[in-house]
Write a new protein. Structure first.
Length: 181
């Protein structure tokens, strides 16, 4: 006797079937639902709600899905951001670097490393390209750590209201006069 095929329909296989030790023993194939037309063996048979499925279809339909790759999660997983992830899929969505120390930042429901989180939020310093977590100066539609808002020529620290802009760069009053006037 052959086992029924996954996704077999009663018109394709109409003889009674039996799987030793399962709840389908003695039922006709019309009592079950199968999807992929592959033979369902004892080793690969899964049941849900009284219906038989091959292993692949069962996990594709009923196993939780990974938030990174959308494939079925069958073994180890990480639970974060109200989602399950394969360990290899729980990485920064921008640079795909794993979170080695377990620390990550959430933006729009996705995990990011610190740099890419701040980049997405627009909170990277335009002077050093590092995250701004404390005070900042906003000038020329950019953000700076206070110590990195400096004259593009002499590199002295500037105050927000006391600089001149030329070619999208900040200059102190003295350097601006020397260079552009």
């Amino acid at each position: 006797d052959r086992s029924p095929g996954c996704n077999s329909t009663p018109s394709q296989v109409s003889t009674p079937w039996s799987l030793a030790g399962c709840s389908h023993e003695g039922r006709s194939q019309a009592d079950a639902v199968w999807l992929c037309f592959s033979l369902v063996s004892l080793a690969g048979f899964h049941e849900k709600d009284g219906k038989a499925y091959c292993r692949k279809d069962y996990f594709d339909m009923f196993a939780p899905k990974c938030g990174g790759c959308a494939r079925a999660i069958l073994e180890n997983y990480i639970s974060a951001l109200n989602t399950l992830w394969h360990p290899e899929c729980f990485v920064c969505r921008e640079c795909f670097t794993p979170f080695i120390n377990g620390s990550f930042f959430e933006h729009d429901g996705q995990p990011y490393c610190e740099v890419h989180y701040h980049e997405r939020r627009g909170s990277l310093c335009s002077g050093c390209q590092k995250p701004i977590t404390g005070r900042c100066i906003t000038a020329m539609a950019k953000k700076f750590h206070p110590e990195h808002f400096v004259c593009a020529f002499c590199l002295k620290q500037l105050n927000k209201g006391t600089f001149k802009e030329q070619n999208d760069k900040p200059y102190c009053q003295n350097c601006f006069l020397k260079l552009f006037c």
